[in-house]
Design a protein around this ligand. Structure first.
Ligand code: ATP
Length: 462
């Protein structure tokens, strides 16, 4: 009788276990199907990528870059968010970075730079693909990888109460510096980053620039062969910036490799041996600065500022004139009284003579013709990111979808200090440097200003 009861209970437990197991399998299957349905893959597939990016992919995957210090093989990250489902932040990156190279990662807010760093430093795991540092895999030997890297994160992760000296001591111990060498390392780091005058002050009292210096000092402890620097000069004055650039040059000469993200072309020109521009998690171009300038920086940008009571009409007339006289011209910007065109294969004298002739008839206030630089190349690539972000936002909100460019009309800062002037600032920033965060309510990140505004409503720009 008792055995009967025990057998029944065991049978019941087994059946419950089986049901639970089947339910788990069903849930897992459903979530995979949902993931596949919701994951937004970048429109630019590997087949359509730039020849230099494709060549690097081939080189890395063929194994020719086996001796590179850092190797990324199809590194991919998909974030899972409540509002947007699955969001592809980094898409099959392939790159090899040899010893002694400073590699620049450029891209607007939200391009996927920090996510790439986070995967390489073990902050988050990749969804697929792998990366190797000194042949150690980030998916299998993260501890070994972490021993060989230094990381200066985008946001200083410092303890307000600790001094610079205490920070360096702390991280020296964490990195396993022998006690006999600790003092020497601390003095070296303080001197190297010009922090000696502040060594005994709590880090909470430092200026933004000195905090960045301390974060850099921490990244250098233990002499790592590879250092990740996420916007290292943000908040630094020009003098401190030059100082840090010299330091980075010294590190490269020493044979260390550096992966740097920056929003400054000038910084990349000063430091990077090669760079890649990242858009929507993929590389859009890759190579030395000179190569990218030669490849993408040709032609001119013609900017017209129009005047007159009927700007719409002036715009129509000006566009017709440009298309008739410079049929190869492509429109770049059309905003209020400003029109921008890209001109190729035209002599400057021809452009100027035509414009001088027509200046009055076209209601042109003033105009300029300038040679395209790497900045223009960057802005052109970056527009693709802004447009995709905008599309994503449109598809997840009830905002008007007919117009790509939108102007924010109701704003509130994250803090409760909404300033009416912000609206103008935001309208300006919106066309160039904007992120709508995927995991939060729509937020606009005003590049450089550090301001984050919540977007409550939008209206199409007419
Ligand atoms: N924890 C997260 N959950 C969901 N989505 C995220 C998360 N972190 C980042 N993202 C999204 O992934 C994309 C890439 O973000 P990432 O921070 O890597 O960009 P970034 O190029 O480093 O930008 P920034 O220049 O502002 O640092 C963005 O669309 C961002 O909204």
């Amino acid at each position: 009788m008792r055995w009967d009861l025990i057998t029944k209970k065991l049978l019941l437990m087994f059946i419950m276990g089986l049901v639970f197991f089947i339910l788990t399998l069903v849930c897992e299957y459903m979530s995979r199907i949902r993931a596949r349905r919701h994951t937004k893959y970048a429109p630019n597939s590997v087949d359509e990528e730039d020849v230099d990016v494709a060549a690097e992919r081939k080189r890395v995957l063929r194994g020719t870059g086996r001796n590179d210090l850092l190797r990324l093989e199809n590194l991919t990250k998909v974030y899972k968010t409540r509002k947007l489902g699955h969001h592809l932040a980094v898409d099959k990156l392939c790159i090899g970075v040899p010893q002694g190279e400073c590699f620049g990662l450029l891209g607007v807010n939200g391009a996927g730079k920090t996510t790439t760093f986070k995967m390489l430093t073990g902050d988050i795991g990749p969804t697929s693909g792998d990366a190797y540092l000194n042949r150690y895999s980030i998916t299998k030997d993260m501890l070994k990888v972490q021993q060989s890297i230094g990381y200066c994160p985008q946001f200083d992760s410092l303890f307000d109460e600790l001094t610079a000296r205490e920070h360096i001591q702390l991280y020296s111990r964490l990195r396993g510096v022998p006690p006999s060498q600790e003092n020497q390392i601390v003095e070296w780091a303080l001197k190297k980053l010009n922090l000696t005058p502040y060594q005994n002050r709590p880090a909470g009292t430092y200026s933004g620039g000195n905090k960045r210096k301390l974060s850099t000092a921490i990244a250098l402890i233990g002499h790592p062969p590879l250092i990740f620097m996420d916007e290292p000069t943000t908040g630094m004055d020009p003098h401190s910036r030059r100082f840090l650039w010299d330091l980075i040059h010294g590190l490269i000469k020493d044979g260390r490799s550096i992966i740097l993200t920056s929003h400054s072309m000038e910084e990349c020109e000063a430091l990077c041996t090669r760079l890649a521009i990242m858009v929507n998690g993929t590389f859009k171009c890759l190579g030395s600065i000179q190569h990218l300038k030669n490849k993408f920086g040709d032609g001119y940008t013609l900017t017209l500022r129009l005047k007159g009571p009927d700007l719409e009409r002036s715009q129509r007339v000006a566009r017709r004139f440009i298309m008739q006289n410079f049929p190869e011209a492509g429109i770049k910007e059309c905003h209020h009284n400003l029109l921008q065109f890209e001109l190729k294969d035209l002599s400057l004298s021809y452009v100027f003579s035509k414009l001088e002739e027509a200046q009055k008839d076209l209601n042109i206030e003033d105009y300029s013709v300038c040679q395209n630089t790497l900045d223009n190349v960057f802005i052109n690539f970056v527009k693709q990111q802004t447009e995709l972000v905008q599309e994503r936002h449109d598809s997840t909100s009830s905002l008007p979808t007919s117009c790509l460019r939108l102007r924010p009309v109701v704003l509130a800062t994250r803090r409760s200090t909404a300033d009416p002037g912000d609206e103008e600032l935001l309208a300006d920033a919106f066309s160039s440097d904007v992120t709508i965060e995927a995991d939060d309510e729509p937020l606009l990140n005003l590049g450089g200003t550090g301001t984050r505004l919540t977007l409550l409503n939008m209206e199409p720009v007419t």
